[in-house]
Design a protein around this ligand. Structure first.
Ligand SMILES: [Zn+2]
Length: 152
């Protein structure tokens, strides 16, 4: 049963990674060590291990299909900064799912706002990622035979 659950999770991680790489020219992610700084006592090692696995699989597939994959290489308080005006609005407990920026009044979904900040940081770190020309494997990203190429 344990093996079955593990294989199902790995299969799901492969499919998620493939979908991310297939549907996007560039994928930027908060690195686990960096994200961990912000999570403090909420950090869970099992969660961290799965996140690390998903990032690893996404990175592998991005390389294979000629897409850009990058980890945000510095600490960004991605859930505290308003993606609209850039003002740091301060820490928010995880129970806060939406919030309004005190500076510009924009109302944010917590995760969407953080994703926008990660995207902006990734683009700032990788200015030539998009528009780098046609890459040879770009058209082949539609299908992949087998989902267990990598060891767990
Ligand atoms: Zn704002």
């Amino acid at each position: 049963m344990h093996r079955k659950v593990r294989e199902t999770r790995l299969d799901h991680a492969h499919k998620t990674a493939l979908r991310l790489v297939r549907d996007n020219q560039a994928v930027y992610a908060e690195d686990i060590a960096v994200a961990g700084l912000a999570r403090t006592r909420l950090a869970k090692s099992v969660h961290d291990a799965r996140w690390a696995q998903l990032l690893r699989l996404t990175e592998e597939k991005a390389q294979h299909y000629g897409r850009t994959f990058a980890r945000i290489g510095r600490f960004e308080p991605t859930s505290q900064v308003c993606s609209g005006c850039g003002v740091k609005d301060g820490p928010k407990p995880l129970s806060v799912r939406t919030w309004a920026c005190a500076a510009c009044g924009a109302v944010h979904d917590r995760d969407v706002n953080a994703a926008k900040n990660i995207l902006a940081a990734g683009r700032a770190d990788n200015p030539n990622a998009c528009g780098a020309g046609v890459r040879p494997h770009l058209a082949a990203a539609g299908a992949e035979a087998g989902t267990h190429r990598s060891a767990a």
